[in-house]
Design a protein. Structure first.
Length: 343
């Protein structure tokens, strides 16, 4: 792994999210400092910064995780300080005890780390008497509440745009794969060309996984989101398009594999194979039509009506290609069934 890849994300977070994190941190600092005089409100600022997440649902989860971790960590720090005194090695003991207790309670990784961090901060930054500990707990709750309120009140994030983008990319590549296979069937191909065709078809799998992950993130972003009513129908449409394209990805990869496994130069002159190629072009058109409805963008190559009307029916093949023809026909029938209602 390259070093920059370990510290840099593939995409930047939205600038609005960065500004919301900064605003929440500043607000938590000021509010906690006003309500709880004393040491600098570091716990409040950290809590607010961590709670502002890409979705409201994640913000709530992070707020609960942060609050539970701080409460447990502060309690551990106070008890160890009272029992063992204020020696420096008590800080190390607090880390070990905090991690073991979090493990025994089956806490999440984030919560377990938060318990240890909170214990260290309490012991390192100031007194560990009960009043100080209570103030840090209240400070954290204030910061978590401020972060959550800011994330909900200021344009709560809805992640339908990345889902639409990834489904669009999947659909366009799926249509291109159908066209490539359709172009290959009535022509002779070299071994290198066959390998390239299979490689391009296999690239559909990671694109499908990326689209599915984006849909999951979009669905999660609507949970507890006051804007969900305006975006629910949009996300349902994207989900429907993906559900119809997903099986077609499997069919296209299988058809490409079958074509390569049974390839012969004489396939190019088989009239049934040529008819199947025409149906594949029609299927590619209908995939683009389905994606066009999801992306809400016109495509000059796509007519407004579906090209797949009725399934292709052929006579029993008289050639030696009946195994491949039968396999392609069955996959084509399934593709027709998936796209017919969508388009």
């Amino acid at each position: 792994m390259r070093f920059p890849a370990a510290i840099r994300a593939a995409r930047r977070a939205p600038l609005l999210q960065v500004l919301k994190s900064a605003a929440a941190t500043i607000a938590a600092w000021l509010i906690a400092g006003w309500l709880i005089p004393g040491p600098l409100p570091v716990f409040a600022a950290i809590a607010a910064l961590l709670v502002v997440q890409p979705s409201v649902n994640q913000s709530l989860s992070k707020a609960l995780e942060r609050s539970a971790g701080v409460i447990l960590g502060v309690v551990i720090a106070v008890l160890l300080s009272l029992l063992l005194g204020g020696q420096s090695w008590v800080v190390l003991a607090a880390v070990v005890v905090a991690l073991l207790i979090a493990w025994a309670l089956r806490a999440s990784t984030g919560t377990g780390n938060q318990v240890a961090i909170s214990a260290v901060l309490v012991l390192a930054l100031g007194s560990s008497n009960p009043d100080y500990a209570l103030d840090r707990i209240l400070e954290t709750l204030i910061g978590a509440a401020v972060g959550f309120v800011v994330n909900v009140a200021v344009v709560p994030p809805v992640l339908s745009a990345p889902a639409r983008r990834d489904i669009g990319m999947l659909g366009r590549e799926l249509a291109a794969s159908l066209d490539r296979l359709a172009d290959a069937l009535p022509t002779t191909r070299s071994a290198a060309q066959l390998y390239e065709l299979m490689l391009e078809a296999r690239l559909l799998r990671p694109m499908k996984e990326a689209a599915e992950a984006s849909l999951t993130a979009a669905e999660e972003s609507l949970a507890l989101n006051p804007r969900r009513g305006r975006h629910r129908e949009d996300l349902d449409q994207l989900q429907d398009v993906f559900d119809r394209l997903s099986p077609v990805v499997t069919q296209v990869i299988g058809m490409t594999r079958a074509y390569i496994d049974h390839y012969e130069d004489s396939l190019a002159s088989d009239q049934t194979v040529r008819a199947i190629a025409e149906q594949l072009h029609r299927a590619g058109h209908d995939v683009r039509l389905a994606v066009q409805s999801a992306e809400r963008l016109p495509d000059d190559r796509t007519a407004p009506v579906p090209a797949l009307t009725t399934p292709l029916v052929v006579r029993p093949p008289a050639s030696d290609h009946w195994i491949l023809v039968g396999s392609l026909m069955e996959d084509l029938r399934r593709i027709h069934g998936e796209l017919r209602d969508e388009t």
